[in-house]
Design a protein around this ligand. Sequence first.
Ligand SMILES: [Zn+2]
Length: 214
Amino acid sequence: MIHLERLPEPEILIRNKVEWLRIFLASGKPRPDSSKYGHNNVRTQLYSISHNKCFYCERKLSEKESQIDHYIEVANTAGKDLAFEWNNLFLSCDNCNKKVPHNAIPVENALNPFIYSNDEIEQHITFDDEIIRIKNNSDIGTKTIQKFRLDKLEHIRLQFFRKFANKYFEISDIARAENREYTEDEKEQLRSFSYPDHPFSLMFKVILRKRKLL
Ligand SMILES: [Zn+2]
């Protein structure tokens, strides 16, 4: 998870959300119509917020893999009224969307990428290579990992970690053979793994810091 800035609310929601909510509440159905809150214009704006990554785990999502998640779940009485609220719509992967229900871990007890800064997020969660860890025995860190099942994605993070490790060894082998420090260009190639548009950028930030490359 990294800090995210919410972009302006899509026109389609501004124009229709009151009517859509009225229809949903009157229908008595347990779930709102996903073709409405998941309208293409909403989806596109959510993609732009996170460079097409899951808001919780930073996995890069293809259009087919992406899901629109209600941050405050519509299964809650309070969440029903937020079914079409822009601030309540999050982009998620299938793993993180299967989050632990509100009555077991309320979202208020977990990190929210729009509220917490990167520095704050990093006070609560960290990584040993691809393994996600709780920092400083943080309760909110523990609940964040449990709530969004962030420890279930280690096999996917490992694939990216291997890509980084290959690049890192390639660069460090050449530098050692030529008996020199890394060039700025080589450092840049490694640092690019930690940029906000890169999958699992927080994990790579931690990895790069440990190697004194950030
Ligand atoms: Zn995810």
